[in-house]
Unconditional design. Structure first.
Length: 159
């Protein structure tokens, strides 16, 4: 082989493409959109990719609903609010309806409260500067303003 002309990569088709798709899905869940994008990087024909991804979906190897649940749980574990979770779903091209049951199971007020206590403690901020800092922090994390206002005014005896 001549070093001046390296061997060109072959474009995967058929069993090779299927093996690549299975290897990707074995590592972690992928949305239909993500899997299609990753397989396109290998240079395979778009119609073949679409057919394979649909086949994998029908055989339940790939599921946008499973991916949505995993994504919601992951985002909540990282301290993200509803808006950031919805952004992440949109990024992976997953319909929000697929994550609806996972989103309904979450107490967003409790999640925001735990995050606020972890970062700022249990004291209620009295200085405007400190309140603004807490509000910005929770807004950046993706919590709604009504939840944020409840959290920054929360007392232990409010329960």
């Amino acid at each position: 082989m001549n070093p001046m002309f390296p061997k060109t990569k072959s474009i995967p088709t058929g069993h090779k493409l299927r093996a690549i798709a299975f290897a990707l899905l074995a590592k972690r869940e992928h949305s239909k959109y993500d899997l299609t994008q990753k397989l396109q990087h290998y240079g395979a024909h778009p119609e073949e990719i679409e057919q394979l991804v649909n086949e994998l979906e029908h055989a339940h190897y790939q599921s946008d609903e499973r991916m949505a649940g995993m994504l919601v749980r992951s985002q909540v574990r990282q301290g993200r609010g509803l808006q950031r979770v919805k952004q992440s779903l949109k990024k992976h091209d997953i319909a929000p309806e697929l994550a609806q049951t996972a989103l309904e199971d979450i107490d967003w007020l409790q999640e925001a409260l735990q995050l606020k206590i972890k970062k700022f403690g249990t004291d209620i901020a009295t200085e405007p500067k400190q309140k603004a800092k807490q509000i910005r922090f929770l807004q950046y994390r993706g919590f709604s303003m009504d939840i944020i206002m409840k959290v920054i005014k929360y007392r232990e005896d409010d329960e």
